[in-house]
Design a protein around this ligand. Structure first.
Ligand SMILES: NC(=O)c1ccc[n+]([C@@H]2O[C@H](COP(=O)([O-])OP(=O)(O)OC[C@H]3O[C@@H](n4cnc5c(N)ncnc54)[C@H](O)[C@@H]3O)[C@@H](O)[C@H]2O)c1
Length: 454
């Protein structure tokens, strides 16, 4: 099996998981980031993000891993260069491509002094057409530096990993998508991903290799669209079940049973049908907004996408409504938020529902206390009115109500009797993820409010 010389630009959630998994498979990897503090931490063996299992793999592969803030030597050395920088949402909902544009020009400048071919693999989520745009910027960068025709190919390789299981998802993905026009570049990508496709390795994460992983080759535009369409579909699935749950509440049906019943249909599938306070995070909100903005650019008015986002916004508000129904005025009431990261097993707070809910509660005059196993400190910085404590029971103590925002395992397993005894009337537990047994909550002396399961 060939060992590649890999460069990865952007050492965030995606770049780190990509670099670690490729080093684990025997390649030499240099991770580059413009954030000097981040690179210094990685050089010291410290992980700048919370991601289970990642630190161990980085340590294990340390001989095949390097970290730097300099782009030039990485581009010079690499056979394959992954780009995994952020593509955040601009104010109008479109995609801010400034980081990726800066990287593309930088690659171009270095390529002016290099003859060997380079495969530039874009892992960042970018609007359709960005592959060609990146190619153009690279070529411009080369020409600005006095070079002629740069020897490179751009490939789109969208990333589908989930934070919290990023490494596992990189080694055991559901599928790999390669979008490219160049047959040569496609062959390089096939060779690079051969162990992942064939699952011809065993890891501590999953000792038993699985079936071959599908590798789908498409044109550039389709690969770029697959990423947006995937995230928009997943967000739609959650918003759909939340809408159904809201109707269930009014009609007396149980949303969990309904989800089970519809999920057994193989055409629908049971995953992503859990009603609750809705989605957040670094991907769904920006990607749904971006797809809407992209379609508008082409003169197409998306109908479903804004509705999917609106249902989600409404779910955040429903938390406040559920609290008001039992507590009436929220002024002066103590409300505990349990779990603050946008999902369990990550420290990521980007577009986390907890922050919006905390701000809304503060706006209503409530005293808001929050607990999270890893994201507490950063959440406190993001919403200064949110008082952060270091233990879930400390958050609950004296609270009129507690809201489960993020279903960390330790919060799912909370001692309900102890929680009930620590709270003050009306001892309301809003189960934002429908994880508790309503009967057990009531037996513990608390009022229970879930989503679609009154
Ligand atoms: N986080 C996820 O779960 C996930 C999943 C799939 C796809 N994606 C996509 O992958 C991309 C990266 O996401 P992320 O969550 O890893 O972002 P991130 O913010 O965690 O990491 C991005 C990194 O890029 C670095 N960077 C920015 N500009 C740079 C430059 N000019 N040169 C070098 N480094 C630079 C930043 O310092 C940062 O460390 C985004 O497009 C995102 O939509 C993310």
């Amino acid at each position: 099996m060939k060992e590649f010389e890999i460069g990865v630009v952007g050492a965030g959630y995606v770049g780190l998981a990509t670099g670690a998994s490729l080093a684990y498979l025997g390649n030499r990897v240099t991770l580059m980031d413009k954030d000097a503090q981040r690179i210094a931490a990685l050089k010291r063996g410290e992980l700048p993000i919370f991601e289970p299992g990642l630190g161990e793999v980085l340590a294990k592969c340390s001989k095949r891993l390097n970290f730097t803030v300099d782009l030039d030597p990485v581009v010079q050395a690499a056979e394959v260069l992954f780009v995994a920088v952020g593509t955040p949402m601009a104010e109008d909902g479109s995609v801010d491509l400034s980081d990726i544009s800066e990287v593309a020009r930088g690659i171009g400048r270095t390529l002016s002094g290099r003859d060997r071919p380079l495969v530039v693999v874009n892992k960042s989520t970018v609007p359709v057409g960005s592959g060609d745009y990146i190619s153009m910027l690279i070529q411009e960068g080369t020409e600005e530096s006095g070079g002629g025709e740069a020897n490179f190919q751009v490939v789109s390789n969208p990333e589908f990993l989930r934070e919290g299981s990023a490494l596992y998802d990189s080694l055991y993905p559901d599928r790999i998508v390669i979008g490219a026009d160049s047959r040569q570049a496609i062959e390089v990508m096939r060779e690079l991903y051969r162990p992942v496709v064939e699952q011809s390795f065993a890891t501590e994460l999953d000792p038993r290799p699985k079936n071959a992983v599908p590798l789908l080759v498409t044109d550039l535009a389709s690969a770029e669209m697959i990423k947006y369409a995937s995230n928009a579909f997943l967000a739609t699935k959650i918003s759909f079940i939340n809408e159904i749950a809201n109707i269930c509440e009014l009609t007396g049906a149980d949303a969990r049973s309904v989800a089970q019943g519809i999920g057994l249909d193989a055409r629908i599938g049971s995953r992503f049908l859990n009603a609750g306070i809705g989605w957040g995070g670094s991907c769904f909100p920006k990607d749904v907004a971006a797809l809407r903005a992209i379609s508008a650019e082409y003169g197409y008015e998306a109908i479903m996408l804004p509705a999917v986002a609106e249902v989600n916004e409404r779910q955040h508000k429903r938390v406040i409504e559920k609290l008001q129904q039992e507590l009436h005025t929220l002024r002066g009431k103590r409300v505990a938020l349990l779990g603050l990261s946008f999902k369990p097993n990550t420290d990521d707070l980007r577009e986390a529902p907890s922050l919006k809910i905390a701000s809304k509660l503060d706006g209503c005059g409530a005293r808001v206390v929050g607990y999270d196993p890893v994201a507490g400190k950063a959440a406190g910085r993001a919403v200064p009115e949110l008082v952060i404590v270091h233990d879930p029971y400390e958050a609950i103590e004296g609270a009129h109500a507690a809201v489960l925002i993020t279903e960390w395992q330790e919060l799912k397993e909370i001692d309900l009797k102890r929680a009930g005894s620590l709270m003050q009337e009306p001892r309301l537990l809003v189960d934002g993820r429908n994880v508790y047994d309503p009967r057990k909550v009531r037996d513990s002396g608390m009022l229970y409010r879930g989503f679609g399961r009154e």
